[in-house]
Design a protein around this ligand. Structure first.
Ligand code: DAH
Length: 327
């Protein structure tokens, strides 16, 4: 008993002198570890007689439990002290006013694309996307715009080399869709297109939405109905719409569609037409069996007209005062 009370006294002092978890751990190893004092004493028991063994084992267990207990108590105290120190360091001023959380909003171009997508989803069209780095075959040749075609030079193309370019129109996706999808086809594409042009109505990058519908009984009246319904839903029911005869190498007949602004001017918003038989031939689609209609919408143009924006460049300047207006 004497031996145990002395030991307890000295370990009490040792433990209470510890100020870190590391020091505590050293003491635990010293007494309770595999080669610690108590463990070694326990090992010696085997040579003792029964009664003596019982008594000493009882002492040793008593001391072991005691050491373990005061180690735990000290450990808690050290953690508590650490916590107090860190809490005192970072004083919290509960009277401070909170910071206002500002909600963001979608970019007007994104909003316009969402609107158009929703409209076409209701008609059962599927959304597909494709590469912005294209080749001349998809962007021009397959669309009946061969190398010497005047409209090819009108596109102000950014070329990488002789055949690779940044797509100048989402119509390139018409070719990819016709190559990949089974007939009938009902698809829309939205994405960035690039042309070397820069002023208040042109930026080198802008967005288009392309539509392509191919089936056995597609006609111009259906195309006109789709375009009219779209423009009425996007602007408002009373918007004045005009279909004008036009020319695109990949559609025949081709039309451009204008809407009348508040100032009374006619402004072009999209091009459309019936898929040209030559395009069908290029893609091995039987033009006697199938008919198709296609359209290409200028997204920025639609957004500018809807929101009364006069300079296309303001979409891409990231001026927060401009963007916040679309909340
Ligand atoms: N790709 C044409 C352009 O960028 C727009 C266009 C016109 C797309 C007629 C079409 C179409 O699908 O049928 O000017």
């Amino acid at each position: 008993m004497k031996f145990s009370s002395k030991l307890i006294e000295s370990t009490n002092i040792e433990i209470s002198n510890c100020t870190t978890i590391h020091e505590l751990e050293k003491i635990r190893i010293k007494y309770l570890g595999k080669k610690g004092y108590i463990t070694l004493e326990m090992k010696k028991l085997s040579v003792l007689k029964h009664q003596e063994k019982k008594e000493i084992a009882c002492y040793l267990n008593h001391i072991k439990n005691h050491i373990q207990n005061i180690l735990n108590i000290r450990k808690k105290k050290i953690y508590q002290d650490l916590l107090n120190v860190s809490v005192n360091k970072q004083k919290i001023d509960v009277t401070l006013l909170g910071r206002k959380i500002l909600n963001g909003n979608l970019h007007p171009i994104t909003m316009t694309i969402h609107f158009l997508k929703n409209f076409f989803f209701k008609l059962g069209l599927e959304f597909v996307s494709g590469p912005e780095i294209e080749d001349a075959y998809h962007n021009f040749d397959a669309l009946n715009i061969d190398e010497n075609h005047p409209s090819r030079s009108m596109h102000d193309t950014f070329w990488f080399d002789k055949s690779r370019l940044l797509r100048t129109q989402t119509s390139s996706m018409q070719v990819r869709i016709m190559k990949k999808k089974k007939l009938p086809i009902r698809c829309i594409v939205a994405g960035k297109v690039y042309r070397n042009d820069y002023d208040s109505t042109h930026t080198p990058m802008f967005h288009q939405m392309e539509g392509l519908i191919i089936d056995r009984n597609i006609n111009l009246i259906q195309l006109k109905w789709i375009i009219q319904s779209l423009l009425r839903e996007f602007f408002n029911n009373s918007v004045e719409i005009r279909f004008r005869n036009s020319y695109f190498p990949f559609t025949v007949p081709s039309m451009e569609v204008d809407i009348r602004s508040i100032q009374g001017e006619w402004l072009e918003v999209l091009g459309c037409g019936m898929v040209h038989p030559k395009v069908f031939k290029n893609l091995n689609i039987n033009h006697l069996e199938y008919l198709g209609c296609a359209f290409g919408i200028g997204i920025e143009r639609m957004a500018m007209l809807k929101y009364g924006i006069s300079d296309i460049r303001s979409f891409f300047e990231n001026d927060i005062r401009f963007l916040e207006q679309f909340k």
